[in-house]
Design a binder for this molecule. Structure first.
Ligand code: PLP
Length: 372
């Protein structure tokens, strides 16, 4: 869809990357690391300064304590964290419970590991009985081969931030079936309207069975840096490092001191980013509603979702392919994030773009022929 945007001159509300970089001071730290000889292999688990900064971050924000030497690992973005976690924990034939719509690297990695994915559909209704991930839906996908549950909150693509009650349902399910939870929390700092992000590792009995993944990309608007980290009990983090050994062995050396600097010295920055993003969310969502498009109000992340059935479309891919020509805007169809057809009529818009870009997209959408 980004290639389509480039080819047609459409405004790209598809791929989720910010159009403004993160703080200059963090860039300077990276430049200074590049200029001061930090250019050879970093230690496999990451430089101590970043592991310490990650441990301090988890303690400061969530009261979770991790030993930086044995319970924190640096990864090449959360993407490598996901890959290494799945390769470490899943053997051929093991089942992995995924919440759909899912980030697209999850099913790919389950397949690489020879695992079998068992999707549970996330409800988009915040008032859904039993929560948006009800116990019955989880139970329907579990078996004696189930090994891992892959969770993502704040959630791409829907912007859902799971509540404590919803997380308690998932945690009880994981404990009862002895599952390891891999929790992708890359949007941990980007929640709106005071919605708290609660790491599932903070729930009773979950610290020892959860591998939590995050990265610098979303919190500090450096998605191209691909510096991530994993935290968890020693046995889980060491297993992840064992797999990482044969993926990248070690992650980008000069960016690690800069990431450590960000976590340590610019802890307030993601909060300011979230407030600014919240305003852009409001601009996008009010604008879409104003032109008659149904839209969810996301509690976090970069994304909002529209149901295009009311416009007479049943296929989001068809809608998104037609949109550049009809309105000069690009969105992402959700069907690739599902195993089945549950998301066929849904499309995703990003609001992690500057206000004038969102305004331009809304103006174009307002003038375009959107109804089928
Ligand atoms: C849910 C989710 N997980 C992981 C990633 C990738 O993170 P990183 O860039 O740190 O590899 C993304 C990026 O879009 C994401 O949305």
């Amino acid at each position: 869809m980004s290639a389509l945007a480039a080819a047609t001159g459409a405004v790209n509300l598809g791929q989720g990357f910010p159009d403004v970089d993160g703080p200059e001071k963090i860039i300077e730290e990276a430049v200074s690391a590049l200029r001061s000889g930090r250019n050879q292999y970093a230690p496999g688990p990451g430089i101590p300064a970043l592991r310490e900064a990650v441990a301090a971050h988890q303690e400061r924000h969530y009261g979770l304590t991790f030993d930086p030497a044995r319970e924190v690992a640096v990864t090449t973005g959360a993407t490598e964290g996901i890959a290494a976690a799945i390769l470490a924990l899943v053997d051929p034939g093991d089942e992995v419970i995924l919440v759909e719509p899912y980030y697209d690297s999850y099913p790919a990695m389950v397949q690489f590991a020879g695992g079998v994915r068992r999707p549970v559909t996330l409800s988009l209704d915040p008032a859904a009985p039993g929560g948006r991930l009800p116990r019955a839906a989880l139970e329907a996908q579990v078996s004696s081969r189930s090994k891992v549950l892959l969770l993502n909150s704040p959630h791409n693509p829907t912007g859902t931030v799971l509540t404590r009650e919803e997380l308690e349902t998932v945690a009880a399910f994981a404990r009862d079936h002895d599952l390891t939870v891999v929790s992708d929390e890359v949007y941990e700092r980007l929640t709106f309207d005071g919605t708290p992000h609660i790491p599932i590792a903070t729930l009773p009995g979950m610290r020892e069975r959860t591998l939590t993944l995050s990265s610098i990309g979303k919190s500090y608007s450096f998605t191209g840096w691909k510096v991530g980290w994993a935290t968890g009990s020693e046995h889980l983090v060491q297993a992840l490092i064992g797999a990482k050994q044969w993926l990248t062995f070690t992650s980008g050396a000069p960016l690690q001191p800069a990431a450590a600097y960000a976590l340590e010295h610019l802890d307030h920055w993601p909060k300011e980013l979230a407030l600014d993003l919240q305003e852009r969310r409001d601009l996008l969502c009010a604008g879409l509603k104003g032109i008659g498009l149904d839209v969810t109000i996301p509690e976090g992340t970069y994304f909002a979702v529209s149901d295009i059935a009311d416009l007479g479309w049943s296929d989001g891919l068809e809608f998104c392919r037609a949109l550049p020509e009809r309105a000069g805007v690009v969105a992402i169809p959700l069907q690739g994030f599902y195993d089945g057809d549950a998301g066929k009529h849904l499309v995703r818009w990003t609001f992690t773009k500057q206000r004038d870009v969102i305004e331009e997209a809304l103006e174009r959408l307002g003038k375009g022929q959107l109804a089928r």
